[in-house]
Design a protein around this ligand. Structure first.
Ligand SMILES: *Cc1c(COP(=O)(O)O)cnc(C)c1O
Length: 394
């Protein structure tokens, strides 16, 4: 059996590799995939104790599975949270936060610059059941303060944002939320716990799409919610058990090995992205580069304080319009033309006609997403090969 080490006392790189695995009597070194839907009890009495929660242990893999539990325990430690619950996708994790915490009559205050489906989730689905949502400019603290209401259940942000890579002040927003009796929810997909720890800055809930950097190689879809014991026990776990958007043990197993290399990969991703952003700034056909590592970025100082590196998504505006942006994208030969991100493979996309194509031109203008904007999720290929691929079109 595994030694009972206090994983809280270890550093994140070590937790990412070793925490969460409860070795079975088979003495396996690598964590197994438990492909079982149900579990067998020693007696009728034990079954009853498990079902009523009086005795801990596995019951049914919709809400208890050892491989999924290992992933949850490891990610909770890495995010400095008390508990983590895994879900079938990032959207299922965000849905769980809403289903667990909101009721008719509640209000959500959401950043304008969040994942498109997150906007639809709050507006179209929670909206149907009597929850209202207002959208606020991510970096404008006065706007958050002004828009908060007595019935605001939580503030919801992504930082850095997509695709303009703006940075929100997590500590300041947590303070605004708490002063008004609300919570702060942070989508930490772009940074991962390697670069940013929202819970240590005052956030109450972190959500993840494990599909991105946690997997890191574009294989599986999954998500997670990390929060205090109280929030998980009272609001999230009962919803997971009833709602059933469960992470499969196979996907949990892939994510566990993804976590093992997360620190290394994030450092390499960030180094490549920083160097590419500096290089892009010097290209005559590039008008503006959005990357928080650059001194030209409006929240450069905040990013330095809040994150330990600047992330691996870079966006830039070309001289010209949509035609020039599409020409650049089409002239690449190696980069993948896809809106996905967080992969070892570098991806390139035109936000105005893909991820943000459903917005009206006015909404796009308000969000600052121009027709000449190109977004790159910088992968781990050799930097010179990435630059050369872009040079064709620059
Ligand atoms: C991809 C993504 C999501 C949704 O995650 P899925 O795993 O695709 O459901 C949520 N937030 C951000 C920032 C994302 O990039």
């Amino acid at each position: 059996m595994s030694k009972d080490l206090k994983w809280k006392e270890y550093q994140i790189e070590t937790q990412a590799i070793r925490a969460g695995h409860k070795r079975t009597p088979e003495s396996e070194h690598s964590l197994p995939i438990f492909t079982t839907s149900s579990y067998v009890f020693d007696s009728a009495e034990q079954a009853s104790l498990r079902f009523t929660g009086k005795e801990p242990g596995n019951i049914y893999s919709r809400f208890t599975n050892p491989t999924v539990a290992a992933f949850q325990d490891r990610l909770a430690l890495m995010e400095r949270g008390e508990r983590c619950l895994a879900f079938a996708s990032g959207m299922a994790a965000i849905m769980a936060v809403g289903m667990g915490l909101l009721k008719a009559g509640d209000h959500v205050l959401c950043s304008r610059s969040v994942f498109g489906n997150t906007v639809l989730m709050f507006q179209n689905y929670f909206g149907k059941f009597g929850v209202s949502t207002d959208f606020v400019n991510l970096t404008d603290l006065e706007a958050w303060e002004a828009a908060i209401k007595p019935n605001t259940r939580f503030l919801y942000i992504e930082t850095p944002s997509n695709p303009l890579i703006e940075i929100a002040d997590i500590a300041a927003l947590a303070e605004i939320a708490h002063r008004n009796g609300s919570l702060l929810v942070v989508d930490n997909v772009f940074c991962t716990p390697v670069l940013q720890l929202p819970l240590t800055l005052g956030a109450d809930i972190v959500v993840h799409s494990a599909t991105k950097y946690i997997d890191g190689q574009g294989r599986c879809v999954g998500g997670a919610v990390i929060a205090s014991n109280e929030i998980i026990e009272k609001d999230i776990y009962p919803y997971l058990r009833t709602g059933g958007a469960t992470l499969s043990p196979f996907n949990a197993w892939v994510f566990l090995s993804g976590l093992e290399t997360l620190s290394l990969r994030m450092r390499a991703h960030c180094d490549n992205a920083f160097a590419l952003a500096q290089w892009l700034e010097q290209q005559p056909n590039v008008e503006k580069v959005h990357y928080p590592g650059l001194a030209s970025h409006a929240q450069h100082e905040l990013a330095k304080r809040q994150q330990c590196q600047f992330g691996a998504v870079v966006s830039f505006e070309l001289r010209g319009g949509q035609e020039q942006a599409w020409k650049l994208i089409d002239s690449t030969r190696m980069l993948s033309i896809t809106a996905n991100l967080g992969d070892v493979k570098t991806t390139i996309t035109h936000p105005a006609t893909t991820t943000h194509g459903r917005l009206t031109p006015e909404q796009r203008a308000q969000a600052g997403i121009k027709d000449n904007l190109v977004r790159i999720s910088v992968g781990l290929e050799n930097l010179d090969d990435i630059k050369n691929d872009l040079l064709n079109g620059l």
